[in-house]
Ligand binder design. Structure first.
Ligand SMILES: Nc1ncnc2c1ncn2[C@@H]1O[C@H](COP(=O)(O)OP(=O)(O)OP(=O)(O)O)[C@@H](O)[C@H]1O
Ligand SMILES: [Mg+2]
Length: 343
């Protein structure tokens, strides 16, 4: 169902979409007590996640990844822009109106330990959303459902009476996933779900997420600071820098197709196993500017080796299609098809 006010990013295959979405947090207070500035956490992001796909969201710490994930789920209020879910605008829905949709949008966190109540048993943790959303009629049904969910995530039903501290990090993440699955969601924001885990366990959790996606038709926004993981796990990748998406492209072959100088700098640090050529890592000079005082023009220009004086430092590059499924915000992108990632 499409209305005239919907942007073109809302297509039938789109499950969730952001249109010009932004978030300003009140910044530090000055000594006389008034707010002196804002944290520009997310600055007008447009993206969409298709049904059954994984969109990877990559960027350095503090660039706004978690804030964007929470905006999409309406866990925090946007300062501007719009959010669409399943063809319907949800930006201004009240909590009551959102209730039936809440069930369909879930989140998995980086640190499963801090997101699981230590005083609740695994059974209680997984049963809680079932009760809140009235998805089971009685205790027997609840027991059956919790048992089924544990098995779905590779845990044993006998583990039900145990507490979170009795589990390993990987098992706790599985409990977090079971809790998210309890309400039969369509969309899950996976916010750095493997970053806190041992490398040996990371692949197991990625495999689980991938199997669940195939069997349940789930859509993921997969947030990570590790481009190596994302380019192998996601179908498409969005690169975020200081509140902006600077490039979005298919994950497959992105070593060859990426054109934004920032994406290429990130890629240059990833071992290029499948392209048969060696390259030197591009060292990003300077610090990420403060989101309290983002630079004018392109946010990346102070660190960009391809920046054009008088253009990139004054004008904001539009986020435009450059190839099918490939969008870019850059006035002077590197040519496509070269693996020599140095500019
Ligand atoms: N509730 C808040 N109040 C004020 N500032 C906030 C709040 N939440 C986030 N921020 C700021 O917004 C910016 C983006 O934060 P966010 O947590 O979204 O980044 P991130 O990309 O998820 O980082 P990380 O990789 O470290 O998780 C940061 O500068 C952060 O300090
Ligand atoms: Mg985060």
């Amino acid at each position: 169902m499409s209305t005239a006010s919907e942007p073109s990013i809302v297509k039938p295959q789109t499950l969730i979409a952001a249109d010009g979405l932004g978030k300003l947090f009140p910044g530090r207070s000055s000594w006389w007590g008034t707010t002196s500035s804002f944290v520009h956490a997310v600055q007008g992001v447009s993206l969409r996640v298709r049904r059954g796909e994984t969109l990877g969201l990559v960027g350095e710490s503090g660039c706004g990844k978690s804030t964007l994930g929470r905006l999409l789920l309406r866990l925090i209020e946007p300062s501007f822009g719009r959010v669409f879910f399943d063809g319907k605008e949800i930006t201004h829905l009240s909590e009551g109106e959102l209730r039936p949709l809440r069930r369909r949008m879930q989140i998995i966190f980086q640190d499963p330990y801090s997101s699981l109540n230590p005083r609740m048993t695994v059974r209680e943790i997984i049963a809680e959303p079932l009760r809140i959303h009235k998805l089971v009629k009685n205790a027997n049904e609840e027991l059956e459902r919790v048992s089924e969910l544990l098995q779905k995530v590779g845990l044993r039903p006998e583990m039900m009476p145990r507490y979170p501290h009795e589990f390993s990090g990987g098992q706790r993440q599985r409990i977090g996933i079971a809790r998210a699955l309890a309400v039969e969601p369509d969309f899950i924001v996976c916010d750095e779900p493997i970053s806190a885990l041992d490398v040996s366990i990371q692949a197991q959790i990625l495999n689980l997420l991938s199997d669940l996606q195939d069997s349940l038709g789930l859509s993921y926004l997969f947030i990570s600071h590790d481009l190596n993981v994302v380019q192998h796990f996601a179908h498409r990748v969005a690169i975020m820098y200081l509140g902006h998406i600077v490039e979005q492209l298919p994950a497959q072959g992105m070593q060859m197709t990426a054109r934004h100088p920032y994406t290429r700098a990130l890629l240059s640090a990833v071992p290029a196993i499948d392209v048969g050529k060696r390259h030197l890592p591009v060292v990003l000079e300077g610090e990420v500017p403060s989101p309290l005082d983002p630079p004018p023009g392109c946010a990346f220009h102070p660190r960009c080796v391809r920046a054009i004086a008088g253009k990139c430092d004054t004008d904001v590059p539009p986020f435009e299609d450059v190839a099918p499924g490939h969008r870019l915000a850059c006035f002077n992108p590197a040519p496509a098809g070269t693996i020599d990632l140095a500019p």
